[in-house]
Ligand binder design. Structure first.
Ligand code: SF4
Length: 262
């Protein structure tokens, strides 16, 4: 008994008390910030997924793999912050534009100038989502050709540290018990029909969440003939969660933002 208490005392608090303000380690790459500094000869093919637009300079987080190559090659132009609040219901919000004049040092810049934060447009959230699902949301996860990275992070979102179920958000085994679907992976041809069947089995009203770059745009598989994105074209997406893979705090904050009152 005493030994167990000693272990518990030694371990301290396992859960993250506040998922909205928690710090993540420096190695994490979250929302990038782009300076207005002009760079010459930026190689067009530097970005493996074509997430960078040069005219005007912007980064599409729906396509970005967060490899960090652009910030390594052009540190005066792009910096990745540790901001994990990347979830939005507006696809265009994922286009990060030039927003600061300069970077003062490795991670600091004039925060007051940074206008590139990503938010949920609450006016666009369907009324029934907020009304019915805040307090209890059951989700069915479909790995549509995923590589297990996003799937692992979604799994981690319910571990003792992140503990998403404290907010009433849980994954369920059957779409008939679910309020929505969380899609990971670029949606391969052989998963396209299965995804549609799963979605159809979920009772109305239902939500669609795209978790990770592959799900949002196809990622590095976007041009592959082996993917079938018809599902995305045919349905309204309620929440985009960038990341490669998506971080548990991105996932949790994104859903809480979607369910929060007006
Ligand atoms: S970090 Fe994103 S935008 Fe930059 S090179 Fe990699 S994929 Fe492209």
């Amino acid at each position: 008994m005493l030994d167990n208490l000693k272990i518990m005392w030694h371990q301290g608090k396992q859960f993250i008390p506040n998922v909205k303000t928690a710090e993540v380690p420096g190695i994490f790459r979250g929302r990038p910030v782009i300076s207005t500094v002009a760079v010459e000869n930026f190689p067009k093919d530097l970005c493996p997924t074509g997430a960078i637009n040069l005219n005007p300079f912007s980064i599409d987080l729906g396509r970005c793999t967060f490899c960090g190559e652009c910030s390594v090659c052009f540190p005066q132009k792009v910096k990745f912050t540790k901001d994990y609040k990347l979830g939005t219901n507006c696809r265009e919000q994922l286009i990060i534009k030039e927003s600061v004049a300069n970077f003062t040092n490795e991670f600091n810049y004039e925060f007051g100038d940074d206008t590139s934060t990503i938010e949920i447009d609450r006016q666009k959230v369907r009324n029934e989502i907020r009304k019915i699902f805040s307090g209890s949301l059951k989700l069915r996860q479909v790995s549509a050709g995923g590589d297990n990275s996003c799937e692992l992070e979604l799994n981690a979102s319910d571990n003792v540290q992140f503990d998403i179920s404290r907010f009433g958000i849980e994954f369920v085994a059957s779409p008939r018990h679910a309020d929505g679907v969380v899609i990971t992976g670029p949606i391969t041809k052989n998963m396209a029909t299965a995804l549609e069947i799963c979605y159809n089995a979920i009772p109305e009203p239902k939500i669609i969440i795209l978790a990770g770059t592959d799900a949002i745009s196809g990622g590095i598989f976007a041009d592959s003939p082996e993917i079938d994105r018809t599902f995305i074209k045919n349905h309204n997406i309620d929440l985009y969660l960038p990341g490669n893979p998506v971080h548990p705090l991105t996932f949790i904050n994104g859903i809480l933002g979607l369910l929060s009152p007006l």
